[in-house]
Ligand binder design. Structure first.
Ligand code: SF4
Ligand code: SF4
Length: 77
């Protein structure tokens, strides 16, 4: 099982919602507040992200970075 998370550069975001529609986990939503350009921006609102990368692939502003980690992975010394 893969766990993921995303970091969204809110000031690059134009609030187009493409990432929100593309997320199979419905992990993303638009913020209530606005960024420096006056757009509501996408935010991670759930903890169920799988790191599938769909959101990052569709973002026209390249505002999303995805991080993935195997769940329960033990550190190898
Ligand atoms: S990486 Fe996948 S599951 Fe995670 S927020 Fe993006 S689209 Fe959703
Ligand atoms: S696809 Fe990119 S620009 Fe559009 S709402 Fe998502 S993060 Fe913002």
């Amino acid at each position: 099982m893969i766990r993921g998370t995303v970091i969204i550069d809110k000031d690059l975001c134009k609030g187009c919602e493409l990432c929100i529609v593309a997320c199979p986990q419905t992990s993303l939503a638009l913020s209530k507040s606005i960024n420096v350009s006056g757009y509501r921006f996408a935010e991670l609102v759930e903890t169920n992200c799988t790191g599938c990368v769909n959101c990052a692939l569709v973002c026209p502003e390249v505002a999303i970075k995805v991080y993935r980690k195997a769940k329960g992975t033990k550190k190898v010394v």
